[in-house]
Design a binder for this molecule. Structure first.
Ligand SMILES: [Zn+2]
Length: 196
């Protein structure tokens, strides 16, 4: 008898739960259709929470996503026809900037400065040898050399990562580069040559 009662009570609790779930589900749907769900979500996030989410850099973004981002309309809207670093301006005390840029912008997975460098500020810019469209922006079109951090404003850590990525891209043949021209003195090899 007791077991029967127990089973009934269990069934009852189960049904009540399922009914409750269904009610929630329908409410959710109603919210979804009326658009209140979105409004509720928007009001729930406080400005501090939003800032925390913005400065969080613990999420690893794959290179493929970054490559697609560079071709997207969102990227175009953000940077227009400018290069990624072109409109960035360093913040420093006094009129003369320190010779080196800061060591890093990200500490313990969080942006630790108010003016992060062009690569650190946009989490979808991933430095990798496959991300050629991004790397090309940091190579001088006149000399073919890697641009200095004093020009681009990259932090020391990202500048190092950039150098590694570009050297890898050169090795893989994804970016071509000119070998510096060198004039050899062939007399050392052939001896005196008579051009008469
Ligand atoms: Zn940085």
């Amino acid at each position: 008898m007791i077991t029967i009662i127990k089973s009934i009570s269990r069934n009852l609790t189960n049904t009540t739960f399922s009914v409750a779930n269904r009610v929630c589900y329908h409410q959710g749907l109603a919210n979804f259709h009326s658009g209140t769900a979105f409004r509720c979500e928007a009001t729930q996030i406080s400005p501090e929470e939003l800032k925390k989410q913005k400065n969080d850099r613990t999420k690893i973004i794959p290179v493929e996503t970054s490559m697609r981002y560079l071709q997207s309309s969102a990227y175009k809207e953000t940077y227009g026809d400018h290069l990624v670093w072109e409109q960035y301006r360093r913040n420093h005390k006094g009129s003369i900037p320190p010779r080196k840029t800061r060591k890093t912008c990200i500490r313990k997975g969080v942006i630790s400065t108010g003016n992060p460098c062009p690569i650190c500020r946009d989490e979808y810019l991933v430095l990798d040898h496959r991300n050629v469209a991004l790397l090309r922006q940091f190579i001088s079109p006149h000399t073919g050399e890697i641009l200095s951090y004093s020009k681009t404003g990259l932090c020391q850590k990202k500048h190092f990562d950039l150098k590694v990525a570009i050297l890898r891209a050169w090795d893989f043949g994804l970016i071509t580069f000119d070998v510096p021209f060198r004039e050899f003195d062939l007399e050392e090899y052939y001896g005196k040559v008579d051009n008469k």
